[in-house]
Unconditional design. Structure first.
Length: 365
């Protein structure tokens, strides 16, 4: 099923009036006229107007969005799917919300990092402008601060893994809860630190917030072995971990062996799927509903292979999270591009963004 925007929180009296005048607007709906006046007034799906596009680093941009209706709210650390209309096609991507969950102006923000060769992140970083309209889906995610805040917290992030943590830190400062908080962040150099000025400002304004920037160009990567020096009481802290899989795996193993894994909360940023460098034989994919067939190189997702021959296949996040891209496998074997495992049974519903063919494959799309 194609992804669509969230249902707006339209005031009850407005919905009542729109329903009352529906008979007089036929064959169009009242919503059709509202959208002509202002696209944000759509009651079909929640839309937003881009209010700001600001460079965060050389390869990341903060986008500030005004929701068309009252923002339903989010917990710091959650993410939202956003639809961008690019050359007549709506592309959906999931981004962590980087804004405080209770901004006075009701705006929200995301901070996408540029991925060369992609479709959406180059558009957001280079072409998106204030005044443009985007579509907002429902908020999701369980990587959030607990309702009862711990007395001592540790945040560990690397690269764009800081995005959900930035929302948490902003919320904690607003609530006056940056009392005993340590943040270890890893980036290539000082200019590559996303929200660098903001997190340094937090450290200057709050005596209880302690920041360490691990600049890998000078110091090497942040490893579990660094914890005893950088945060000696890390075992006593509730820890929030966000970053690439390699770092996450190392930290999780360290907590399981030397700490309390029940006190470790994490957000795993998956490696890019479908880079074409996976092992495997590749093969051919026959799209039965579309009556099309294509040769596929090893490591190329079925979704990408179909798009390369012009098929309009369903998709959402392209990261294996949303299950929008599923299709029925009719025959053949597949390679899971995350685990490299071979799988496939006739009638199985598979995610095309995560699966590459191993030999001849037929799928009901």
């Amino acid at each position: 099923m194609p992804e669509r925007g969230a249902r707006p929180k339209v005031p009850r009296i407005q919905r009542t009036v729109l329903k009352a005048v529906q008979a007089f607007s036929s064959p169009l709906l009242p919503d059709d006229y509202l959208e002509l006046i202002n696209p944000l007034w759509s009651t079909r799906e929640l839309r937003g107007r881009v209010e700001g596009v600001d460079a965060e680093t050389e390869n990341s941009t903060t986008v500030t969005i005004r929701p068309g209706y009252e923002w339903p709210g989010h917990n710091p650390g959650q993410y939202v799917r956003i639809g961008f209309d690019i050359r007549g096609v709506r592309h959906w991507r999931a981004y962590s919300l980087t804004s405080d969950s209770d901004r006075d102006d009701g705006f929200v923000s995301i901070t996408p990092k540029l991925v060369e060769g992609g479709v959406v992140s180059p558009y957001v970083n280079r072409q998106l402008r204030p005044g443009m309209i985007v579509t907002l889906s429902d908020v999701e995610g369980s990587f959030v601060l607990p309702e009862s805040l711990p007395e001592k917290m540790l945040f560990i992030s690397a690269g764009s893994g800081v995005t959900p943590i930035m929302s948490m830190l902003r919320s904690l400062e607003r609530r006056g809860e940056l009392n005993d908080v340590a943040h270890l962040h890893s980036a290539k150099d000082r200019d590559d630190v996303m929200f660098g000025d903001q997190v340094r400002g937090l450290a200057e304004r709050n005596d209880g917030f302690h920041l360490h920037e691990q600049l890998t160009g000078e110091m090497g990567r942040l490893t579990p072995e660094d914890l005893d020096d950088l945060c000696p009481d890390w075992r006593d802290r509730e820890t929030f971990l966000s970053g690439p899989g390699e770092m996450i795996d190392a930290m999780v193993d360290h907590w399981e062996l030397n700490g309390d894994s029940e006190r470790l909360w994490l957000e795993r940023f998956q490696k890019q799927i479908g880079g074409g460098d996976s092992e495997g034989e590749g093969g051919t994919v026959k799209f039965l509903k579309s009556d099309a067939e294509t040769e596929v190189e090893p490591g190329t997702p079925i979704l990408v292979a179909g798009e390369e021959i012009g098929l309009k296949l369903p998709y959402g996040c392209r990261e294996g999270i949303c299950h929008t891209c599923v299709g029925e496998l009719c025959s053949g074997q597949l390679r899971d591009l995350r685990s490299d495992e071979i799988y496939g049974q006739e009638g199985q519903m598979i995610r095309t963004c995560l699966s590459a063919p191993e030999g001849h494959v037929e799928i009901n799309l």
